[in-house]
Design a protein around this ligand. Sequence first.
Ligand SMILES: Nc1nc2c(ncn2[C@@H]2O[C@H](COP(=O)(O)OP(=O)(O)OP(=O)(O)O)[C@@H](O)[C@H]2O)c(=O)[nH]1
Ligand SMILES: [Mg+2]
Length: 440
Amino acid sequence: MHLNYNTEIQSKKAVLVGIKLRHDIHSEVEESIRELADLATTSGIKVTCELIQTKAAPNAAHFIGQGKLGEIKITADQTKSEIVVFDADLSPAQTRNIEKILNLVVIDRTGLILQIFAQRAQTKEAKLQVNLAQLQYALPRLTRMWTHLSRQATAGSGAASGGTGQSGGAVRGAGETQLQIDRKLISHQISHLKKVLRDVERQRQVQRHNRAKIVNISLVGYTNAGKSTLFNALTSADQLAEDKLFATLDPTTRTVELPKNQEVLLTDTVGFIKKLPHQLVAAFKATLEEVAESNLLLHIVDASHSQIDLHIQIVNNVLQEIGASNVPSLIVFNKIDQVNEELLCMLQIKHPKSLMISALQGDGTQNLKSHIADIISKHDICLSISLSYQDAKALDYLYNHGHVVSADYRTEEILIQAQLPRRHLKPLDQLLINSTHTIQ
Ligand SMILES: Nc1nc2c(ncn2[C@@H]2O[C@H](COP(=O)(O)OP(=O)(O)OP(=O)(O)O)[C@@H](O)[C@H]2O)c(=O)[nH]1
Ligand SMILES: [Mg+2]
């Protein structure tokens, strides 16, 4: 099946086109195209030129006017670019129409993000999820892909540029039959993948059930915010962290030891981005459910980025979309080593409950751990125990699983004040055979 069309774009040159519609703010359009350039570079495309086209409202047939398309064509020819990447979501028909006019490969933002996910997926589950999203995206665009293929088929004989009109006509008949076969195959594969992913989801539910007794914390945030760097700093793991978008696709979970003897599970997961393709959100449902079922979210924000507010808002929107907006969350501003005092003060005023860290340099990470410990302790119970020396094992249990605030050794008993996660109360109770306790 010819769905893995990554090789078609890697190392090829591309013109990027940003679109400023009537109500768009110019700086945001600029930032968006800068991000598109990062996405393109991450996918292996070589960006030759960035253009911004102003348009009151999108055109139903080809999104922007034919005159503007002409300008794009000239730029693409001058820079020897074979691809045009639009910073918009184009409908399958718009993509086809623009391709016909430009005679170049046209990719939209969703298509580009899907390509990156496909390149980055490592585990079987991530590959399945990305594959499903790609198939769902490809199905209505199949004609276009077939056109690419037929163009490729004839390209070997030197007809790649210019000759598509005639050669396309020559293969169209065979193509249509093949197209119908491809459509059926893809629909079939989509249902098969959905079934396989439902099984994965069930397995995850079982794993989650087994972990339910431990506090689960997930790192969420915009892509490249520094989640994996923080994950590594807190867990001594070696999760891939790099200056590329979507470095992490698979959720990774590790234990973190906190002060006061607490142990939590920390999960690092996929980063969010503006217009995260809905096919991906749907395909990554099982993965993202981990986030929705966490006890606490650490929302990591790159404090050195120029679009902090937008990033926070986008992450909150995705959290809402995946049903995680009710999970308690703590904003953690990262990369403070790159930010001046003035901005830090402003952020602190705007987000009084937030924390400031540099995951890379380790600043503030101990404070973050204590803060998490405090948040979790709020759910702990406070105990006063009059412990008989015969029940000394209970004291070990308290030291291992809770926080002993004070221990007053008397002749007949030990008077203990302690904090303990509620889930440890029952096992402790069974050890208190000759002792008494009260919950405060
Ligand atoms: N200066 C500075 N750079 C940092 C800091 N934390 C992370 N970085 C850098 O930011 C880049 C992205 O870091 P990652 O940890 O991969 O970011 P992420 O949020 O996991 O990204 P995705 O997995 O793509 O969503 C890397 O180049 C890190 O070295 C920090 O505190 N200061
Ligand atoms: Mg990461």
